[in-house]
Design a protein around this ligand. Structure first.
Ligand code: SF4
Length: 360
């Protein structure tokens, strides 16, 4: 047992020396804890924090969020990425407000059953809101434990996940699980960071096996190399009298329920308009329509977890409106574009166009 027994005391000793104030720390409102955890999934704290404050201000209670129109939720979420999280969050708010009378579930199992809540988030909510003895195990915790105990099992293997989960549970302060979880997360985020951990000034350094072996950078060990699928998006910005066509993405794919310009996806980058014109979508939407090309934007790139999106915006002007309503497109004033939630890559393009007002 040895150092394992002292682990939490070392962690608390370190914790007392750091001050990392975050607005959701020390609260026990399960709604706000859940909100903060959902917003911080796959997101850095500094990026998620303004979203937390915005959502809390707009929707101070779960009922407020449940009653909000979905488009408003998506708009507020804009820029945070992983939009399925926003849809799951809204569905969960409705479920709690309408089917549970606004009462949050207070067992780990029931929390885990909520849409958009995985084991990490369930452990965080259970421990912070209800003081239940569940250890959080996320990238920070994998890294800290892998280094201190020099664990050679890859953290992304089935065996590794089990081993880390068992060790995390063994180390957990069962009497103060919320305090312990917060401390280890803070430790991973500020002391034992992915790059340049502060080893020379670390309470764990006397016991840290990776440090002793001078092998800190090797931990945690991972097996899989992520392969990202490349996709090429050609957006048609069809401009007519200060208006453009957009529609909501409804298919089961990335960015569901966000808005976009007419999109032609190709298997490789397209440089000639002629290649676009041959596509099936063009034939359906624009065949024999009098569209005139103005310009093609610079290429934009957005990296998602499993995909690399290349986008190009082809800007056209039309002398008269065309019938795209059959394809669910709507014509909107350019100055109103900011009211719609777009994927980040479109926002970047619009941002380059002087904040929506002065498009071309
Ligand atoms: S000594 Fe370095 S690697 Fe070990 S716990 Fe401290 S910061 Fe992390």
């Amino acid at each position: 047992m040895g150092f394992k027994k002292d682990f939490k005391d070392k962690l608390y000793a370190w914790s007392q020396t750091v001050h990392r104030p975050l607005p959701w720390k020390g609260i026990d409102d399960p709604y706000l804890i859940w909100l903060s955890e959902i917003l911080l999934q796959q997101t850095r704290v500094d990026q998620g924090l303004p979203y937390y404050l915005k959502f809390k201000e707009h929707y101070p209670t779960v009922e407020d969020m449940a009653n909000a129109p979905e488009d408003d939720i998506m708009k507020l979420w804009e820029g945070l990425g992983y939009y399925s999280r926003a849809r799951n969050m809204h569905a969960t708010a409705k479920y709690i407000a309408l089917e549970r009378n606004g009462i949050f579930p207070n067992t780990y199992r029931e929390i885990l059953d909520l849409k958009g809540v995985g084991p990490y988030t369930a452990a965080a909510i259970a421990s912070f809101a209800f003081n239940l003895p569940h250890a959080v195990v996320d990238g920070n915790v994998y890294r800290v434990l892998a280094r201190i105990f020099a664990i050679d099992t890859p953290s992304d293997s089935t065996e590794g996940k089990k081993q880390f989960a068992e060790l995390a549970h063994e180390l957990l302060d069962k009497e103060n699980p919320g305090k312990y979880n917060q401390a280890i997360m803070d430790f991973g985020a500020t002391q034992c960071t992915p790059k340049n951990p502060a080893c020379s000034d670390c309470v764990m350094s006397d016991h840290c096996q990776a440090f002793a072996k001078q092998a800190v950078a090797q931990y945690p060990i991972k097996t899989k190399k992520l392969k990202r699928k490349k996709r090429y998006f050609n957006y048609l910005v069809l401009n007519i009298d200060g208006q453009v066509y957009i529609r909501k993405r409804t298919q089961k794919d990335i960015w569901q329920k966000l808005y976009e310009f007419p999109l032609i996806e190709t298997t490789e980058e397209i440089s000639e308009l002629g290649d676009l014109e041959k596509s099936e979508a063009w034939q359906q939407w624009l065949h024999e329509q009098p569209v005139k090309i103005d310009r093609k934007s610079k290429p934009y790139k957005q990296t998602l977890t499993h995909q690399l999106i290349h986008a190009c915006f082809w800007e056209f002007h039309l002398d008269a409106a065309i019938n795209l309503t059959d394809f669910d497109f709507q014509l909107v004033d350019r100055k109103n574009l900011r009211k719609f939630a777009f994927p980040k890559i479109i926002d970047w393009y619009l941002g380059d166009k002087s904040l929506y007002l002065n498009l071309f």
